[in-house]
Design a protein around this ligand. Structure first.
Ligand SMILES: [Cu+2]
Length: 116
């Protein structure tokens, strides 16, 4: 057995209620290589333990952004990129507005589109 356990504390934007947290947690737990997930609404962060041989930070980030929330992962060389997010995790009325605001506030978000 050669498991390389890494821990990541990923800030996430766009979560406004408990079901947002649940959505993100479930998405991360489904990823291969993810061992432990703890998403906190108060701090807007996901604490993830994962096997770095199976998944990396980008993979975790993708799992989060696939739910419609915004992982704030800065890594040298990958800071500038364009994203088109599919919003599927909106569960309360405030979510759409929150997500749109969050995306607007991201410097590198040039292309975005909110679909309810
Ligand atoms: Cu919500």
């Amino acid at each position: 057995m050669d498991i390389q356990v890494e821990k990541a504390n990923i800030p996430i934007r766009g979560m406004t209620c408990a079901s947002c947290v649940q959505t993100v947690e479930n998405a991360l737990k489904k990823q291969k290589g993810v061992i432990k997930v703890n998403v906190k609404l108060a701090t807007e962060k996901a604490l993830v333990e994962y096997d770095s041989g199976e998944i990396d930070l980008n993979g975790l980030g993708k799992a989060i952004s696939d739910t419609g929330y915004i992982p704030v992962i800065s890594k040298k060389g990958t800071e500038k990129r364009e994203v088109l997010l599919k919003i599927v995790g909106m569960t309360c009325s405030a979510c759409a507005a929150t997500i749109e605001k969050s995306i607007r506030s991201l410097e590198d978000a040039r292309a975005y589109r909110i679909r309810g």
